[in-house]
Design a protein around this ligand. Structure first.
Ligand SMILES: Cc1cc2nc3c(=O)[nH]c(=O)nc-3n(C[C@H](O)[C@H](O)[C@H](O)COP(=O)(O)O)c2cc1C
Length: 289
């Protein structure tokens, strides 16, 4: 059962009605404008903190958000739209990484940024697994290549091949790619993690309906923080594909993630250089109705 938090309206309430307007669960009730605010079914609180953040006089007293967790928002200190546009434009999946580890303080900030992202119904059930041990990093690459190896062997099966080639020719495009990745790994070149010194896995409970959406929003927050810190990040689609193809869930077992769904995987490393340029993309296709 979800924890139920104590919530009350303090005497300094100015009856502005903001808590009533912002609460998605309709916990605050005001019978008439400027009337007293009362609480209605506080057990329905989703602990989003909107009431506390919107109150101009700190009159919403919420057990989950004691004063030390509430801060004045200085909007004048925000990045300008131009600064944000620049951050978005310079963010790249820079795959040229050094062996220099990403400082722990930076990794902490990247995870904290991820965890600032919204989650469906404020469920906040995402978990983060940070892998920095070289042996464990190798294990992720080798696991991914092993799963691909199994798929390639199946696709190469002389009985399956002619039929599948006809119904799903797209899959066969990847066969030479996987084979060359395996050859490169054997020769000491890891094209899965690409020399990353850290991997961040974002996971949700198996039964979570919006786990993937939550994780990808968290991912994007983290990727922008990484860019702001000068840390490189690369979305690990190959690892995620292996996880999805592997019915045995061996990566979950190896990382102690039983009952969790790995929804997003980020490789992190210190770049050898930062790109001196950014490029323009094609204008987005926008349909207006
Ligand atoms: C869902 C997804 C999966 C990806 N998987 C990989 C991957 O496995 N390996 C890799 O090197 N890059 C991967 N990328 C990075 C893309 O190739 C990259 O974002 C794209 O080429 C655009 O480059 P940019 O991120 O520098 O703008 C992935 C990106 C996304 C969004």
């Amino acid at each position: 059962m979800e924890k139920e938090y104590a919530i009350r309206i303090a005497d300094n309430c100015i009856r502005c009605g903001r808590c009533v307007k912002v609460c998605p669960s309709k916990i605050f009730v005001q019978e008439e404008p400027r009337g007293p605010v009362s609480l209605h079914h506080p057990q329905n609180c989703i602990v989003c903190g909107h009431c506390v953040a919107a109150c101009p006089v700190d009159a919403v007293v919420h057990e989950a958000f004691p004063p030390e967790r509430v801060h004045a928002a200085d909007y004048a200190a925000l990045p300008t739209p131009e600064q944000l546009e620049l951050l978005l434009a310079v963010r790249r999946s820079n795959r040229v990484l050094t062996q220099r580890p990403v400082p722990q303080e930076m990794l902490d900030r990247i995870i904290a940024a991820a965890d600032r992202a919204p989650t469906a119904t404020n469920a906040r059930q995402l978990g983060y697994t940070l892998v920095t041990e070289p042996a464990a990093l190798r294990l992720i690459s080798e696991y991914t290549l092993r799963v691909f190896g199994r798929i390639v062997r199946r696709l190469d099966n002389p009985i399956i091949r002619p039929l599948l080639r006809r119904v799903a020719p797209g899959i066969y495009r990847y066969v030479p790619v996987f084979k060359s990745m395996q050859r490169d790994y054997a020769a000491g070149k890891d094209r899965i993690l690409r020399g990353a010194t850290a991997v961040l896995l974002i996971h949700a409970p198996e039964e979570s309906r919006f786990g993937a959406e939550d994780a990808n929003l968290a991912y994007q927050n983290a990727s922008l923080m990484a860019e702001a810190l000068g840390v490189s990040q690369i979305y690990m689609g190959f690892v995620l594909t292996a996880v999805r193809q592997d019915k045995g869930r061996r990566l979950n077992e190896l990382l102690g993630l039983r009952g969790r769904r790995i929804c997003a995987v980020m490789a992190l490393g210190m770049p050898e250089f930062r790109y001196p340029k950014y490029i323009d993309r094609d204008a987005p296709t926008v349909m207006r109705r």
